[in-house]
Design a protein around this ligand. Structure first.
Ligand code: MN
Length: 724
């Protein structure tokens, strides 16, 4: 049995002030313990590029710059990270501070290392400036959202750790600002990822830099009180040790020094005096397995009386970041309370390094796994722990959303954070600020550069909306906005416009759309125009222009029809189906087979060469994918009010295996005036069969009636509409 602090990644590096420098040779010998020789060699090559790039640069401490990235790499090596992450750690500042480009890193070290370095550089650009606590939470989410590879966050944390360790050379005001950011952003991220060793050190360094005076006072108090404690502390440790030996339990016992920041926080938050917080002995017991944890608990409860109501079983009910341990408080000799933590070696590893524990090198096949899959593994592990106790929802809300976000986090010019759904555009941003800002929006600047209004925003961008008093929303915006607020705002404003204004606007939009097709309104023959107006059942050109100006028709679609880009001779099927969707007369229109849209569904159109306009459901995965790549090709559509047509909907069912079950279902479907176009059998087990029906329906209401009817059948176990 050995007393002493267990080794924790991120906590064992040379403390500041230590004059021995950590050299590349030291790093390599550390890496040789767990990497292949070829991988260590690659890290060495990264070092050569790093040293070359930072040649001549020094840090504020006066030493050559390369010692900083080396120190960051060291922390990563202590976490047993893979060689790509170590190489990226060495190169993490070169894109930012030197002439070395991403392309060069890509050429020499491959895509993975280049992406990691690029990711760290992107985070470096983020500036947290807001004061509000809620904003800090959003900023933390933003950092995680911006990062596709969680290793980027780990490098950033290691980077921040070394900057904090060498913070002494900075100007006091700068020191305080960096310390505040560390306490509000970086330490909580480390905590959320379960990296407690990292979190503790960031907090300690952050506290003494932000509140140097308070830290000094506390430290003196701890020092004064500490002298009297050493003797009783040793006695208690001894007593527990010998009890465990007698019981044949193998384990490690260590006295824990409370960190200054945790003492400070307890005094501040719980309004305890220093004595109340500090006059507690803290001991950690680490044993081999869960069983022994509980046996050890019984043993210490037998040695000293436990304080009633203070026992916590975080093994059976883990904390939301996966932390597991038994906590109890005992009445020690002379009534001094003793805080005890008991956990297994594995729990201790997870408690100290969290998500990083999942990179700790395992030989062979493990090395080929992707970073994302490791992050998922970690989530899965923690989820499994959570599931067994049923508080997984809280955990999911806290962590999963952060790692795989559906939202983008953007800044206003004032530094406030605005959260928008994925694929949001500057127009969505403008309406999120205020509907007046949206209505008067004329241009947008992203990170101080003018950008198209239809561009998809990315997390971390600063968006500035340029407004003009006379400006009006553009109906074309409807084709790319994603928030309901923007859509409603645009429609509302357009409706209130006078028809004359609408005509002028419609003309301008149409001319612009024709221009992109190398045409002009005056080039369109009167015959062609009449033919179109006829087909659209409009009186004259003005009516068409007003329609466009009001946003009822897409200028781009009308323009294409005018120059005959789509459907030169409208065939009969197109002529009937076009009635269903507003503003698409004369276009070749088809309904996507992936999602089977029916009237009542929110829909979106996708222009495709040779197939005209394909109508998808708005939430169809295929469109979501496509629209990210080619946002200019999708158009928001609306059903017209008089569709009297048959559409196809796909319905999935699970049905008990009983003779006649299918016949019952077919009867219900027929009773509701629908036809079965197709049935496919997906899979079958001993009890039930999964099937997909293609049914003819007139709209959503009709479909809902059929599904309700089917659901009433006793053999139908499950039924749902199929998503795209
Ligand atoms: Mn750095």
């Amino acid at each position: 049995m050995a007393a002493g602090e267990p080794v924790a990644p991120g906590a064992t590096s040379t403390p500041p002030g230590d004059s021995t420098r950590f050299l590349i040779s030291d790093l390599c010998s550390e890496l040789e313990a767990y990497l292949e020789p070829g991988e260590v060699e690659e890290v060495y090559r990264a070092y050569l590029l790093g040293a070359e790039s930072h040649e001549g640069q020094t840090r504020k401490t006066g030493e050559p710059y390369i010692y900083h990235p080396l120190a960051v790499a060291r922390t990563m090596a202590e976490m047993r990270m893979d060689h790509q992450a170590i190489s990226a750690a060495i190169l993490h500042d070169v894109m930012e501070d030197t002439a070395t480009s991403k392309d060069r890193i890509h050429a020499e070290f491959g895509e993975e290392v280049a992406e990691l370095v690029d990711g760290v550089s992107k985070l470096t650009h983020l500036q947290f400036q807001s004061k509000a606590e809620a904003q800090a939470e959003n900023f933390r989410k933003m950092m995680l959202a911006i990062t596709r590879d969680i290793r980027v966050i780990l490098i950033k944390l290691a980077d921040r750790l070394h900057n904090m360790r060498t913070l002494g050379v900075m100007r006091p005001d700068k020191r305080r600002r960096i310390a505040k950011e560390t306490l509000e952003i970086y330490a909580p991220i480390a905590q959320r990822l379960g990296m407690n060793a990292m979190r503790r050190e960031l907090e300690e360094l952050g506290f003494s830099a932000k509140h140097p005076w308070r830290a000094a006072v506390l430290e003196r108090a701890v020092h004064r009180a500490g002298g009297n404690r050493r003797e009783p502390m040793r006695n208690i440790e001894q007593a527990i040790c010998s009890r465990m030996e007698t019981a044949g339990i193998v384990g490690r016992i260590s006295g824990r020094e409370k960190s200054l920041y945790s003492i400070y926080r307890k005094m501040r938050d719980k309004r305890h005096s220093f004595e109340e917080v500090f006059d507690v002995f803290a001991i950690r017991i680490i044993v081999d397995d869960i069983d022994t944890c509980y046996r050890s608990l019984g043993l210490v409860h037998n040695l000293y009386k436990p304080v009633p109501g203070r026992f916590k079983d975080y093994i059976a009910i883990p904390k939301s970041n996966g932390y597991q341990s038994l906590h109890t408080i005992l009445f020690g000799p002379q009534g001094i309370p003793i805080e005890i933590q008991i956990r297994s070696t594995e729990m201790d590893r997870v408690a100290e390094s969290g998500i990083a524990a999942h990179w700790q090198y395992k030989a062979g096949s493990e090395s080929s796994r992707t970073a994302q899959s490791r992050a998922r593994d970690w989530l899965k592990d923690v989820l499994e722990i959570q599931n067994s106790v049923g508080n997984s929802i809280e955990f999911l809300e806290n962590v999963k959303v952060d790692l795989f976000p559906d939202e983008v986090y953007t800044f206003t010019p004032g530094g406030d954070i605005l959260v928008l759904p994925r694929d949001a555009t500057p127009i969505d941003f403008a309406y999120a600020v205020h509907s007046d800002v949206g209505n008067r929006c004329v241009a947008a600047k992203i990170d101080r550069q003018l950008a198209p209004l239809s561009v998809r925003l990315q997390s971390g961008q600063t968006v500035e909306i340029v407004t003009s008093p006379g400006a009006r929303p553009n109906p074309a915006w409807l084709s790319f906005v994603v928030t309901g607020k923007a859509r409603t705002g645009i429609r509302h404003c357009l409706k209130s416009m006078q028809s004359e204004e609408a005509r002028t606007l419609g003309e301008r939009l149409l001319e612009k759309a024709l221009e992109t097709l190398d045409s002009h309104l005056s080039h369109i023959s009167p015959a062609r125009l009449d033919q179109m107006l006829d087909a659209m059942q409009l009186e004259d050109l003005d009516a068409l222009l007003i329609d466009i100006g009001l946003g009822n028709r897409m200028a781009t679609l009308v323009a294409r029809q005018m120059v005959g880009k789509d459907s030169p001779e409208p065939d009969t099927t197109a002529a009937t189906t076009t009635l269903a969707v507003k503003g698409t007369e004369g276009l070749v229109l088809s309904y996507a087979r992936c999602c089977h849209p029916i009237p009542g569904d929110p829909i979106i159109g996708q222009l495709s060469a040779g197939r005209g306009l394909v109508v998808h459901r708005e939430n169809c995965r295929n469109v979501l994918h496509e629209s990210r790549e080619r946002s200019d090709r999708t158009i928001a559509l609306e059903w017209s009010h008089e569709p009297q047509l048959q559409f196809t909907a796909a319905v999935r069912t699970r049905t008990a295996n009983r003779r006649g079950a299918l016949a019952d279902m077919a009867a219900v479907i027929a009773d509701h005036g629908s036809n079965i176009e197709h049935i496919s059998f997906n899979e079958q087990d001993g009890h039930s069969t999964a099937m997909t029906f293609l049914l003819t329906v007139s709209d959503r209401q009709h479909l809902a009636q059929i599904m309700r009817g089917l659901r009433r059948l006793p053999d139908v176990l499950r039924i749902s509409r199929q998503r795209g």
